[in-house]
Ligand binder design. Structure first.
Ligand code: SF4
Ligand code: SF4
Length: 102
């Protein structure tokens, strides 16, 4: 399924640009991840056994397995922590946004 496009928000500059009806256009995000993620997953590839449990369970479908090592698309990951909670190898840990990985 196609993901919403990330389109930077700008205020309307004329009456014609004001939205009619709903105030938000469907199919876009004005910021990556809507800007509300407080934690993000960090994956340690040296611990990962590629069992794909996280890939199966991620509710957003943002874990990519097509390039060998798993990659998490941070533009769309919502930081729910399910992948870290369920990883049998403890290869994923959650860190607060803005804090360095330890
Ligand atoms: S659940 Fe853990 S070990 Fe399994 S693929 Fe994901 S990160 Fe790797
Ligand atoms: S934190 Fe949640 S949304 Fe992000 S990759 Fe893990 S399971 Fe998916």
């Amino acid at each position: 399924m196609a993901k919403p496009k990330i389109v930077k928000f700008r205020f309307p500059e004329s009456l014609e640009e004001m939205p009619l009806g709903p105030s938000a256009v469907a199919g876009i995000l004005t910021e990556p991840n809507s800007g509300w993620r407080v934690q993000r997953p960090v994956l340690d590839h040296s611990k990962c056994s590629k069992c794909l449990v996280c890939w199966v369970l991620c509710p957003e479908g943002v874990i990519d397995k097509s390039k060998g090592d798993l990659e998490i698309d941070m533009n769309y990951c919502k930081g729910c922590g399910l992948c870290a909670h369920e990883c049998p190898k403890e290869a994923i840990k959650m860190v607060r946004e803005g804090e360095d990985e330890q």
